[in-house]
Design a protein. Structure first.
Lengths: 446, 313
């Protein structure tokens, strides 16, 4: 295999803790009540199309896109719409959503529910993009950027490589890993569909070297697919970041403030490739996803295939309950995930995992003064200076933060992880990004 | 030897002389006329440079007042909240103008989500900054409108006028408040409002900014405004408006009659610095025996919140 590739700048290697990597994907029971927030994607929230009391089927369109960067939402369950109101989300804020009382499990007629692998791609590029758009697909890695937008390179730009992100660099999470092992062929067909839509010849699947079984499995399968290759990568966080992955796989650097298409690359998650397969070959919209439920104290760390809108309490129950000494429930992985304020929060399109942290490991250490060790700068995968940026945003000097390229921060949390003084660097970076982003948008408007 | 010294003195002296002459003409040529009154006005100002007047510092305010006096012959819209009426009168006399007395304002905290009223459901342990916490999550008690208690307002205050009360987790404004508005800008949830100080510091205001429907609001906080509209009905002066399940009392119209305070079912309306109420006639109707047994009943009726100096208990 030779020396394994990785990205150039910074990076860390936290404890992997992939506890659930041997747990096969289990299909979870349909919830009694599905809570479907209308703002599940990056960009504008969707507009509800159903009314209170409407009867809906699985896969029926219940909310439509309300802008360019926005997606359709389909009903993940069948039943009656109870209300269209505000529902609590992971942050404790209330956002608009649709609550559906489940009755039976009746699917739309045009969805192919058979497990049979369909390899022949009948649709042409344009039709594929249209199907991906109507099926409401978003990036399944967590950023929830509408997939169809990525498939339409701006005029004058052409894609050269399609990179499929099977890195899963976040500790604990294993949903992509299990998906590659169990639905490898489907992912590869999905990749071919994406290649056709983008009109590219080459696709590379990047997988970190801690998933050797997945690498072998996909390498075996890839032999019967043209143009797709597998690239094993050195274990390094945050390799799953788009820009880091491009650097690692094709050794190109995305310029500051630009998108990957600038260097001829499009990156899609393996989960997205799988949903593309389902949407195009089976006509199934995005109504379920694989979610990892894990943690050191969890009795049965598992991977579940759950319908969107299932309350996470049901997932925790299926993993044999909330451990007694749980300190934090985190939506996503330990590095980038955010602590949830309630277990009534539903699974959304971007939920990749639920991490139950023990009380003692979830506590933050007390903040100490900066000792100028420059560890944060060393590990920053974007080559930024986190100590400076966080100080600038703490003091409200957002001009300095903008000049020092705070908007390039990918919020990976490496700086805060490595800081020996336990300074909440990422917190202030997020604050700064928030404010600078607002300032820049305002400037654009005026 | 002597000649060298003489030569040096002559050369340097001559150079200085030439430079002085050039500088004199240059200074005359590029002279900027500045109204001496600006300096006088600046002298009269409190020199806090707080920005409460809307100008960057006292000097800029002095320039603005002097210009306004020259051009418009009035000082409309210009007020130094820190100095108050006294300073504005002085400024007016320097500029030769009559200045109308403006009502003094004071910062008011419109949230009563104490630890007791809004029990914490989650514990926050991120960066101690309201601005960040506001962007991150709803709040420890579940109220997404209430005070986060991380003291951004305290940091913003230049006058030592606002402090956190560790018992309630809410900020408290004291007498030093100059209504400069720095805390109003610092609060990411718009909880702090500048309101009329009122006669003898008497104020009535809705101590809540929750825009949710009554049920969800009350679920998280026992003293939330539920938008029931009782205060609106009882108000004879049209001072109360209810928008999105939240009452707001217009301090310009409010006559401090205290009727709304009585009817509020959740004690969301606050009266500050009023004398304790007389016992209600209802108490008298209670049989004599009962009154003798429980003299505390009358006390209890009085025990509406009437803390000193806008403190919240």
């Amino acid at each position: 295999m030779g020396i394994l590739k990785t990205f150039a700048l910074g990076g860390i290697h936290p404890e992997e803790n992939k506890l659930s990597s041997n747990a096969p994907i289990e299909k979870l029971a349909i919830p009694k009540q599905a809570i479907v927030p209308t703002g599940q994607n990056l960009g504008a929230p969707s507009k509800p199309l159903v009314k209170r009391g409407d009867v809906v089927k699985v896969g029926q369109l219940i909310a439509e896109a309300s802008g360019f960067i926005s997606t359709n939402i389909h009903s993940p369950v069948s039943g009656k719409v109870l209300k269209i109101d505000t529902v609590i989300d992971g942050t404790g804020y209330k956002r608009p959503g649709i609550v559906i009382n489940v009755e039976g499990d009746e699917w739309m007629d045009d969805i192919d529910r058979s497990e049979k692998l369909v390899t022949e791609i009948k649709l042409d590029g344009k039709a594929i993009i249209e199907r991906v758009k109507t099926a409401g697909l978003v990036g399944m890695g967590g950023a929830t950027f509408p997939t169809y937008v990525k498939l339409m390179p701006p005029p004058g730009k052409t894609a050269e490589y399609l990179i499929i992100n099977g890195v899963e660099c976040e500790p604990y999470l294993t949903s992509d890993h299990r998906l590659m092992l169990e639905k490898g062929a489907e992912i590869l067909v999905g990749t071919q569909i994406l290649m056709k839509a983008l009109n590219v010849e080459k696709a590379i699947i990047g997988i970190e070297n801690n998933k050797t079984d997945a690498i072998k499995h996909i390498q075996e399968l890839v032999k019967s697919f043209d143009g797709i290759s597998v690239q094993a990568l050195k274990v390094q966080y945050p390799q799953g970041g788009e820009k880091q992955l491009i650097k690692a796989v094709v050794n190109r650097e995305v310029p500051s403030g630009k998108l990957p298409i600038e260097v001829g690359c499009v990156v899609q998650n393996v989960g997205t490739a799988f949903s593309v397969y389902e949407a195009v070959q089976k006509n199934k919209p995005l109504i379920d996803r694989v979610v990892t439920v894990t943690g050191k104290a969890v009795k049965k760390p598992s991977n579940f295939l759950v319908r969107i809108g299932t309350p996470i309490s049901q997932l925790i129950e299926a993993a044999e309950g909330l451990p007694d000494n749980t300190g934090k429930i985190i939506g996503g992985g330990p590095m980038m995930g955010k602590a949830l304020t309630s277990t009534d929060v539903p699974v959304v399109k971007g939920s990749s995992g639920i991490l139950l942290m023990k009380n003692e490991e979830s506590q933050r250490k007390t903040e100490n003064p900066c000792i100028r060790c420059s560890k944060c700068t060393t590990v920053c995968p974007m080559g930024l200076e986190p100590f400076l940026l966080s100080k600038a945003s703490k003091l409200g000097k957002f001009e300095i933060a903008e000049d020092e390229l705070i908007m390039d921060c990918i919020e990976c949390g490496s700086c805060q992880y490595t800081c020996p003084a336990s300074i909440p660097l990422l917190d202030y970076l997020r604050l700064g990004k928030n404010k600078v982003g607002a300032i820049m948008r305002n400037r654009g408007r005026n | 030897m002597d000649s060298i010294i003489i030569f040096a003195v002559a050369a340097l002296g001559g150079l200085g002389l030439i430079a002085a002459v050039i500088l004199y003409f240059v200074a005359n040529k590029f002279k900027v006329y500045e109204d001496p009154k600006i300096d006088e006005v600046e002298e009269a100002l409190p020199a806090a440079n707080c920005g409460g007047c809307g100008f960057p510092g006292c000097r800029a305010f002095a320039e603005a007042t002097t210009n306004s006096a020259k051009k418009n012959k009035n000082l409309e819209g210009l007020n130094c909240p820190v100095g108050g009426n006294d300073v504005m009168q002085t400024v007016g006399s320097i500029l030769g103008l009559e200045v109308e007395a403006a009502d003094p304002l004071i910062a008011v905290i419109r949230c009563n989500g104490t630890f007791k009223n809004t029990p914490a459901k989650v514990k926050y342990e991120g960066a101690t900054s309201c601005a960040f916490a506001h962007a991150l999550y709803g709040g420890e008690g579940g109220c997404q409108f209430g005070c986060l208690g991380l003291a951004d307002c305290v940091d913003a205050c230049d006058f030592d006028a606002i402090h956190m009360n560790p018992e309630t987790g809410l900020p408290v404004v004291n007498d030093k408040c100059t209504a400069c508005g720095a805390c109003v800008i610092a609060c990411p949830r718009d909880i702090i409002e500048l309101r009329k100080k009122g006669p003898k510091d008497k104020k009535i205001f809705v101590s809540c900014v929750n825009k949710e429907k009554g049920g969800p609001a009350k679920k998280n906080c026992s003293v939330a405004c539920i938008g029931c509209g009782k205060c609106d009905k009882v108000c004879k002066f049209d001072a109360i408006t209810i928008t999105s399940f939240l009452a707001y009392i217009d301090f310009e119209k409010c006559t401090l009659c205290r009727k709304c305070v009585e009817v509020c079912p959740t004690e969301a309306i606050w009266e500050v610095n009023f004398r304790p109420r007389k016992p209600k006639p209802v108490v008298e109707k209670v049989t004599v025996k009962a009154v003798e047994d429980k003299p505390a009943v009358a006390e209890k009726v009085e025990a509406k919140p009437a803390p000193d100096n806008n403190t919240k208990e």
